[in-house]
Design a protein around this ligand. Sequence first.
Ligand code: FO1
Length: 307
Amino acid sequence: MLVALCGGVGAARLLAGVDDVVEPAAITAVVNTGDDLTLHGLHISPDIDTIIYTLAGMANPQTGWGIEGETWKTMEELKTLGGTTWFQLGDRDLATHLYRTQRLAEGATLSQVTAELASKRGLEMTVVPMSDDQVRTRVRVSGQEVPFQDYFVRLRHDVAVEAIRFDGAETSRPAPGVLEALAGAELIVCCPSNPLVSIGPILAVPGIKELVASRRDAVVAVSPIVAGAALKGPAARLLGDLGHEISVVGVARLYADWVGTLIIDEADASLRGAVEQVGMRCLVTDTVMSSPERARRLAEVVCGARR
Ligand code: FO1
């Protein structure tokens, strides 16, 4: 059993590679739900949908989120009505949010709905939210706390961040099966997602970080920072804003007490010693997943990297 801790796009690309290397039925993806939001009365789970769409081969390859070949008739019509359109929901993507919202209203848990969506999209791996309880990442910018998607999309994450908080984390419980999967996994993979706002919320659910740290030798992480920058999204900027070194060494320090092996890109080969000084093994390989083939090769290195 391989268990992957996942955010959005970077995690989805690596998972698609792992899906080629490991029997999909033996993979459990534990996905961040701190990015979730309720908009137009709909429950939207961006990271879960990005994972499912990518593994189903239907994700928009340019953006990494939403569905390929999408139409935007509903958003265009909503705009003429003066409705909220800063968070773009494609016509086909809307079906996912309508389905999820209806099922939740019928009393289903987020885990149950996620399992239904994954199987209806033909996935064999298990996709599970970090928790069925509501945990929402909130970001403080210019003295004001805003929901994650307001920061990430409406403000285009083009603002300095003063603090982040995972509202609801303290009283949240791991989703059913998460602790068992982590306890029984031969390998726990921390995907190249944003350490602070994608991996952070997962570890903030009580019980998860403690369990992962107790199995540190089985934990392999892929750095989301390559040559001092993030390949996608605000990870580098966020690390800097919140006082962390924007490098693979900064990532290693963040991960020191629960990751046994950090995989870094060849561009950072000179920092391998510095990462090992933080107290973890360090492997150097090509971590830029600009094609399915490169994602598959990285997945092979990850799957063979266990201490
Ligand atoms: N990201 C954007 O930059 N602009 C959008 O309008 C947008 C809409 C959207 C709709 C559904 C969905 O699942 C994701 C969407 N995203 C959008 C991406 C999303 O903000 C990020 O993928 C995650 O929250 C960060 O991991």
